[in-house]
Ligand binder design. Structure first.
Ligand code: BG6
Length: 479
């Protein structure tokens, strides 16, 4: 079962910020891998634009180096590497002045898909959008791609949306949340809506609660300034965890098309209750023996930025009233693990009596690593007199189930960039979705500020602050 590669139409992709970290680490390696997979037509071109004075040759050398680090398996294949580099061009350009724009215009091909990737800070979104218009670079087949952070709060997100809307219509704006590009995240929709088995039970009558965990071992080195201003709530919860919550909780869309899916996600966000202050735990990783606690890393001994959040959320609609959703995410934890647990209720009546104990099914969807699904089922404990029950896993690893030829699925950026070229917005956030997510997170952050809340310290390499365990324990549950 090898995935089919469907070639995309000819395109020109302009990457503003083409020499920057995101372009070199994620965008160009993703494009290279799709090139190797044969998904590009012959004539497709990438034009990097940045402020540095570089020749196209020097830019190609820079990219070759990056590919060796970030797409190592392929970059040894001389033919592919040279073929890819030949399709790269470079323009020295200043987003804030007129320099370089005519040269860029001269490199674009008429009558083909044209994508402008804003791989730059949000303060440059407006000047770039204006100049693309002013130089008449936007055709009917033009799309723009923007990355998070999409705003810092509701107000700034609204401003950004308004700025982009002044130059492009919503169908041209591709807001990336790279979690939506992950195969296993898309699989949440396949599991829910491709099987008869789960959907009838997917509601508060049968589901006791749902847990969404995105645990990371990485810290914040190299992005101290950004992270100190963002914290886990803005960096992870407002976007990635919110998207996972939407996919798990939404009503079945009538079809898998951009607005049908995004309408349903938006309804979930809008149905979220405000979070009670005692339903949130904030944490910050503390200094280890080598002195690398959060505050030391960011160089702010009084920092109150959280590197960990756990919270209990409620969705007030017919499907979910009464079923809490527990979300948690943190940096520098003991293991990298993103998993969603759907905990079903106990059977309404046990025919086996007290001695059999209480048992309930649970569905675990592992997003990364070791992608797969485990269903906890209850069976008879063998060899015992009477009827005693035990729980055993019905375990499925995608790697084993899909076979060796599918061990290396396209990464999130590969899928998302090709969707931009194809003009498919299903896996991108719509402007109203982003605003609704901020409308839910803003009061939480404002509450912390008003109360002068200080995050609870937790040990690096642990599972997070003890209070996160208490959040569950108080409800008679555990992570
Ligand atoms: C990014 C966050 O959006 O996602 C990072 O800014 C985080 O802080 C990263 O580490 C996690 O992505 P992934 O794909 O490694 O789970």
């Amino acid at each position: 079962m090898v995935s089919r590669v469907i070639p995309v139409d000819p395109f020109d992709l302009v990457i503003f910020g083409g020499t920057g970290d995101l372009a070199q680490r994620k965008i160009l390696p993703a494009l290279f891998r799709r090139f190797c997979a044969g998904q590009w037509p012959e004539s497709a071109r990438i034009i990097a634009a940045a402020r540095s004075e570089l020749s196209t040759d020097a830019f190609r050398k820079l990219v070759a180096e990056s590919l060796r680090s970030y797409a190592p398996r392929r970059s040894g294949e001389v033919e592919n590497l040279q073929g890819f580099l030949q399709r790269l061009d470079y323009v020295q350009l200043d987003a804030l002045s007129t320099g370089g724009w005519d040269e860029l215009a001269g490199k674009l091909t008429p009558d083909r898909v044209r994508a402008f990737y804003f791989s730059v800070g949000p303060s440059l979104f407006a000047p770039l959008a204006e100049r693309i218009r002013a130089h008449a670079l936007a055709t009917k087949d033009t799309r723009i791609v923007v990355e998070k952070p999409f705003g810092h709060d509701l107000e700034s997100a609204r401003d950004l949306n308004a700025t982009l809307a002044a130059h492009f219509y919503e169908g041209q704006i591709y807001r990336i949340d790279h979690y939506l590009g992950k195969e296993t995240v898309q699989n949440l929709m396949a599991v829910r809506f491709g099987n008869m088995l789960f959907e009838p039970l997917w509601n508060s009558q049968y589901v006791d609660h749902i847990q969404i965990t995105v645990a990371e071992t990485v810290g914040v080195k190299g992005r101290e300034d950004y992270y100190e201003r963002a914290g886990a709530m803005r960096d992870m919860v407002q976007n990635h965890l919110m998207q996972l919550l939407c996919l798990i909780a939404m009503e079945p869309p009538a079809k898998f098309d951009p607005d049908a899916v995004r309408d349903e996600k938006l309804k979930v966000i809008r149905a979220l209750d405000p979070v009670e202050p005692h339903h949130i735990v904030r944490g910050q990783f503390a200094a280890e023996a080598d002195g690398s606690g959060y505050r030391e890393v960011v160089g702010n001994p009084r920092s109150t930025t959280e590197s960990y959040v756990a919270l209990k959320a409620h969705i007030s609609n017919w499907r979910w009233a009464g079923t809490p959703f527990y979300l948690r995410t943190g940096k520098q934890l003991v293991a990298r693990s993103s998993v969603i647990n759907v905990q079903f209720k106990d059977a309404p009546h046990s025919i086996f009596g007290e001695a059999a104990g209480r048992h309930a099914n649970a569905l675990s969807i592992r997003l990364q690593p070791n992608e797969g699904i485990t269903l906890k089922v209850t069976i008879k404990e063998p060899g015992q007199g009477g009827m005693r029950l035990i729980d055993v896993p019905l375990d499925m690893s995608f790697a084993e189930a899909l076979g060796p030829e599918n061990q290396d699925p396209p990464d999130a950026y590969e899928r998302l960039i090709m969707d931009v070229i194809r003009g498919n917005q299903t896996l991108f956030m719509r402007g109203d979705e982003v605003e609704a997510a901020w409308a839910w997170t803003d009061p939480i952050i404002a509450g912390w500020q008003a109360r002068g809340d200080v995050p609870k310290p937790y040990d690096s390499g642990s599972t997070g602050p003890g209070d996160a365990e208490l959040l569950m324990k108080r409800d008679g549950r555990h992570w």
